[in-house]
Ligand binder design. Structure first.
Ligand SMILES: Cc1cc2nc3c(=O)[nH]c(=O)nc-3n(C[C@H](O)[C@H](O)[C@H](O)COP(=O)(O)OP(=O)(O)OC[C@H]3O[C@@H](n4cnc5c(N)ncnc54)[C@H](O)[C@@H]3O)c2cc1C
Length: 439
């Protein structure tokens, strides 16, 4: 089994298919620039934008392997968290968490302003988020998140099974929390809007997968799609795939997760889905599923994790359907408009790989499943750091990626942890059948 080496996905990004077709702008020849950014995601676009604010005359080129909207930035579930992810939340470090939350809110406000500037809605709304649990491990993690919200004096509402079911139409969960500190968006529309609002000094080259990065005198040479790009400075913002370009990026692994979005449900079905007409739910256990009901009446489900390999798309329809129906057993099974997978950049310990990798080569990668807002923040901060400006103390506030053993030990470790988690998260993955066996 070989690790995935580039973001060539087996199925199109479902959110992007819901948008009008757009014509990508590919590389048309060799280029010379001051800064090359590898990866046109939230991190890469934020770094490019910040660099051009700091040095408006600099030539900045963003090299994106796919087209904008089709890659990982358009494959996510569209949660924009204004406060720390559950995995990052630490109720014993309140002043550090307060500082992180303040930065995340400021970054979210910048995203909201850019969306307004783009003239597109991107379905961006501050709808908040539910977090919900079934089994003992998930309930423990939910209780930990509640302690963090209490310690950080953040607002939330605790919901029992009935209260949650009244809002979302599913009795699957034993308990949940509602926190208002989250926006929901159409992620493919969002990344398109962020690219469309870049200043003119930033060129975005699409369908430009960087295959190699080598020193070339005082500069760096990047090879992409048969063209050469010479750059004085390089920012690696290609997340789960950065390790293919620099051995210093080996602490970030590609964890594939899969999602499906249904066709719009009919009016009769929607009336059975509870009082909240546009919501998102994050699982308290990582083996649970992310769920959304969109403003145009679709359901989204995201689940499964696979180490460095994409799941077979031919099986996703049935597997995601089973997962969705376990949450909504009384509904007629809706048809998926699209199913797809995406690669999340994961690190050991949850901190990002951020900072200098080599002379004039910088990296920000590994947001562990929550990088739309955090990636934007870290991308901006990285540009400031590379520019020699004072910036956010990223390792001090958000931690740092820990060492990982090489394969095959890494894979063996991952598989052992996955087996243990599968046992602990059985109820949250499977629902009723597993729950009946619980004490
Ligand atoms: C199904 C799914 C659901 C998710 N849900 C959420 C969510 O709701 N909220 C959230 O915050 N996060 C979510 N995530 C994680 C989310 O995708 C990341 O947080 C976010 O996209 C990270 O942004 P990024 O710019 O750092 O990296 P990425 O989005 O991974 O962007 C990296 C970019 O680099 C490009 N690239 C890779 N290799 C190369 C190369 N060699 N040359 C050129 N370009 C390259 C890729 O095509 C990609 O566009 C989800 C991920 C998946 C897969």
């Amino acid at each position: 089994m070989t690790a995935a080496s580039s973001p060539r996905y087996l199925s199109p990004a479902g959110w992007n298919r819901l948008l009008p077709a757009r014509t990508p702008s590919p590389l048309e020849g060799d280029l010379q620039c001051d800064l090359a950014v590898v990866g046109g995601g939230y991190t890469g676009l934020a770094a490019a934008r910040r660099w051009s604010e700091l040095e408006p005359d600099a030539s900045v080129v963003v090299l994106e392997a796919l087209s904008i909207g089709e890659g990982n930035p358009g494959r996510n579930s569209g949660f924009l968290l204004e406060v720390a992810l559950a995995e990052d939340a630490d109720s014993s470090a309140v002043s550090r968490m307060d500082a992180c939350n303040r930065l995340l809110r400021e970054t979210m406000a910048q995203i909201v302003a850019l969306v307004a500037e783009s003239g597109q809605t991107c379905e961006l709304e501050r709808r908040g988020t539910y977090r919900a649990a079934v089994g003992a491990a998930a309930r423990k993690s939910l209780a930990g998140y509640r302690r963090f919200l209490d310690a950080a004096r953040l607002p939330y509402a605790a919901l029992d099974r009935e209260a949650l079911a009244a809002r979302i139409g599913s009795s699957f969960y034993r308990e949940g929390l509602y926190s208002p500190d989250c926006y929901l968006a159409q992620p493919a529309a969002l990344i398109r809007a962020l690219a469309a609002t870049l200043p003119e000094s930033v060129t975005v080259a699409e369908q430009a997968c960087v295959d190699s990065l080598v020193r070339d005198g005082a500069d760096w040479r990047l090879d992409a799609g048969g063209h050469q790009i010479r750059a004085h400075q390089v920012i690696l913002a290609n997340n789960a795939f950065a390790k293919q370009l620099h051995r210093g990026a080996g602490r970030v692994v590609a964890m594939y997760t899969s999602a499906g979005i249904t066709e719009p449900l009919d009016a009769a079905t929607l009336t059975r889905l509870g009082s909240d007409e546009n919501w998102g739910l994050l699982p308290a256990h990582r083996l649970g599923a992310t769920l959304r009901r969109t403003s145009d009446g679709r359901l989204l489900v995201r689940t499964f994790h696979r180490y460095e390999r994409e799941d077979d798309p031919r099986q996703l329809d049935a597997r995601l359907g089973t997962c969705l129906m376990s949450r909504f057993p009384a509904l007629p099974q809706p048809a998926f408009a699209s199913v797809w997978s995406g690669a999340v950049g994961y690190t050991q310990g949850g901190g990002p790989l951020w900072g200098a990798l080599d002379e004039n080569v910088w990296i920000s990668a590994g947001c562990n499943g929550g990088g739309v807002v955090k990636g934007t923040l870290l991308g901006r901060a990285l540009a400031e750091r590379a520019f020699g400006r004072e910036t956010v103390d990223v390792p001090g506030l958000f931690g740092a990626a820990r060492w990982l053993p090489p394969d095959p030990f890494r894979r063996i470790g991952y598989e052992a942890a996955a087996r243990w988690q599968a046992k602990a998260g059985r109820a949250d993955a499977l629902g009723e059948r597993a729950r009946e066996g619980e004490s």
